[in-house]
Design a protein around this ligand. Sequence first.
Ligand code: ATP
Ligand code: MG
Length: 556
Amino acid sequence: MSTEKNQNFLEEIVEEDVKNGKHGGRVLTRFPPEPNGYLHIGHSKSICLNFGLAQTFGGKTNLRFDDTNPVTEDTEYVESIMNDIRWLGFNWDNVFYASDYFEQIYEFACTLIKKGLAYVDDSSAEEIAAMKGTPTEPGKNSPFRDRSVEENLDLFARMRAGEFKDGEKVLRAKVDMASPNMHLRDPLMYRIKHAHHHRTGDKWCIYPMYDFAHGQCDSIEKITHSICTLEFEVHRPLYEWFIQQLEIFPSKQYEFARLNLTYTVMSKRKLLQLVNEKYVSGWDDPRMPTISGYRRRGYTPESIREFCDRIGVARRENMIDVGLLEHFIREDLNKRSNRVMVVVDPVKLIIDNYPEGNGEILHGENNPELEDKGGMRDLPFSRELWIERDDFMEEPTKKYFRLGPGLKVRLKHAYIVECTSYKKDESGKITEIHCNYIPESKSGSDTSGINVKGTLHWVSAQHGFACELRMYDRLFLPEDPSSAEGDFKDHINPNSLEVITTAYAEPALKNATTGDRYQFIRKGYFCLDQDSTADKLIFNRTVGLKDSWAKETKKA
Ligand code: ATP
Ligand code: MG
């Protein structure tokens, strides 16, 4: 690792704290997902930051499920989140649930009531909103603000006991209805919600609000650095107020800019709509920006971590080009994936002077990027091959270095061939191409002295097998779908998935298992999809070899 890498501002803060012996030099961070959806690439930024900071400074990281909203949360999400974090390569020190602390948080609320700093309000949500004021005008005190401590304790206990309906009462902090920070105008601490919770069942019918749960959980766990996204900056004074008034462990909140990617939506609420309304096949659809989607698409955890690391940590909202993420996966797969030959849009190439029969076994290196070339694979060669339809031109242009009448090319890991003739059907479609091969031009022992400019990939017709390719493009057309006009779903790319059923693969691919990653020579990076069966292998295109999208947008 290079030691030149600039520290981000969070690393600077933590380093300073450690140097000053704050909390005895201890570093404990947490990653606090709400289990209301699958993790997305934005979360991986937060995961890399929280776990990364702890790793850098010899600390630890808790995984804490922020499960204070029973209606939208589910154990399916809990499991997927744990699975995704492990896949990304991180291990938490402890796993906790905010719901584990409901009793303690309730006691904290009682402490504030006793200090005269919290009260039960009978006002409706509308009345509370109306009394809130505006950023330029102070709010009004609620008529229930001056209830006695005894009455508040009694009412709050009865809220917990289930005596009231949803929305009938709330518990509020008594801070300052004239504060310029709207979050300090007597914020809600508890609401009544008669709903089944995925962990606590029907034990509770009151649930703490985010602002009266997050900091309290941090403090209970003695989190030293509580890192969250910028939208919580305005909540920080309240975070600190609660901790000060309760005189509990002084966890500190720090904010960074969330990750936004071009052509991508990133909110779980929106991703859930795509799943529920069947715009995609599920949370792990390879077009989804979820970690499970990227995994199925063929991304490696290393590439995602590298991406998160290299984009840095900003203090201002920004938008990262999705092409950069693609760059990192391309770089990583270039190093680690075996090369194979797959013909996507096949046309027959017949070598007239090659003997009929079973042909011969040639060999191809698995990965030229590796020192040992990744070993060699068997490559059956025979008289009839599949090549790409667009590797042939009837009337080749000057700079065309592929096949055409009279032109010579090399067949990868095989021989040089010269095109002699071709056939067409009535519609003008090429049906077969004929050529002769030059026996002494065999790759590795070429004595022909012939130089050719083009090398084509091919598959032996007798040995290859048909497979399905799923080609993915951006799921959204505009660069920023969330701020485009109308509903974000109006901007879905209708061509985000193209299924190709004509492809032929070389026999080495028959042994592929789910998740195996390959470079299909000249075609891109692919991995075997979980939908594959013994009879039909399906490959997802992870990413092309070049950024064709960037080129196209430049042309337009
Ligand atoms: P969403 O709005 O997508 O549902 P969220 O913030 O509600 O996201 P949480 O489960 O509450 O999702 O998030 C867990 C942690 O991940 C939080 O600390 C949150 O700040 C962080 N996080 C969420 N989205 C991003 C993002 N796009 N970039 C960086 N961090 C993020
Ligand atoms: Mg959230």
